[in-house]
Design a protein around this ligand. Structure first.
Ligand SMILES: [Zn+2]
Length: 309
């Protein structure tokens, strides 16, 4: 699964959805809908209600009132249908890009699939991606960064993160979401030979999940850092063969597998486009190719960058 952890979070939310989540000594975090949102029709009563609440809450959060003036945070649960797109769901539910992607921890608009359960909150806002502590001093720090009164923030004890009503994603995070941060690690010298997602395993022929994309290229093709970062691993690891792992900002990592040459050492800072290795077929590979993965908070994401999606 691309999103085992995310799925787990959704499942936990659903399990806890019987009434609400009460955090001892603090405000209620949110109320979860028992019954899933069945349709995206504008005439659906749940859609009408959630759109009204979003509008109302937006007015409150841009004014200087307090959290108690908001309609309390609650989530609808929507199961993605085969013809749904990120933007259709966003428009129909009165969401905006920042809210829908942040609440559901999506890495890109392509990062949804039929059957996936999306949470639709009744207010716009985003999760802070930097702080995890619920301490009052942290509340103030997050509020200051988002230029909002600390009284507005909700602490989500399950996710260990602050929900900031009425605010959007920081620019850097938005750039990741639009695929503007990562570049093609082979500088268009490769050809996509296997996409991200479900596929037949080339060895066992069984249906498996492919957590990255494969870019076929001849042996020795230069491999470049896909974004600025720091080398966190350079060595041999199981099926990946010779592997380089780079750490980027905001919990993002990239992996470069099956290399024939490793040209950087752990701890080295690298720039986007810097040469880090060469294409090979070490590890579990049937031909010369780069196995490229993008991870966020250890979850594998659909790699999105210019050239290959
Ligand atoms: Zn692969």
């Amino acid at each position: 699964m691309p999103s085992q952890k995310r799925h787990f979070i959704t499942l936990v939310y659903l399990t806890l959805s019987i009434t609400f989540i009460q955090i001892p000594g603090s405000e209620i975090f949110a109320v979860y809908d028992h019954l899933p949102l069945k349709s995206l029709e504008y005439s659906d009563s749940k859609i009408i209600k959630v759109r009204e609440e979003i509008k109302y809450n937006l007015q409150i959060s841009v004014s200087n009132l307090e959290q108690k003036n908001l309609v309390p945070l609650r989530f609808l649960v929507y199961k993605v249908g085969p013809k749904d797109t990120f933007f259709k769901i966003m428009a129909r539910t009165g969401m905006d890009l920042d809210t829908l992607s942040s609440v559901n921890q999506l890495a890109s608009p392509q990062d949804i699939y039929p059957g996936m359960e999306l949470l639709i909150p009744n207010m716009r806002g985003v999760y802070d991606s930097e702080e995890s502590s619920s301490e009052e001093s942290v509340r103030k720090r997050v509020a200051a960064r988002f230029r909002i009164s600390p009284k507005f923030l909700y602490y989500d004890d399950l996710r260990k993160s602050w929900f900031v009503p009425g605010r959007g994603l920081p620019k850097e995070e938005k750039n990741f979401f639009y695929g503007l941060v990562f570049s093609d690690p082979l500088a268009e010298e490769g050809r996509v030979s296997s996409k991200f997602g479900r596929r037949k395993d080339p060895f066992t022929k069984k249906d498996t999940f492919h957590g990255g994309i494969d870019l076929a290229a001849s042996e020795g093709t230069p491999v470049y850092a896909s974004a600025d970062g720091e080398v966190s691993f350079s060595g041999t690891r199981g099926g990946y063969g010779s592997l380089i792992v780079l750490k980027h900002g905001l919990g993002y990592e990239t992996k470069y597998g099956h290399l024939s040459k490793l040209l950087v050492n752990p701890g080295t800072k690298v720039k986007k486009g810097q040469l880090i290795g060469e294409v090979g077929m070490t590890g579990r590979a049937t031909g010369f190719h780069l196995h490229f993965e993008v991870l966020r908070n250890s979850m594998r994401q659909r790699p999105v960058f210019k050239g290959h999606v």
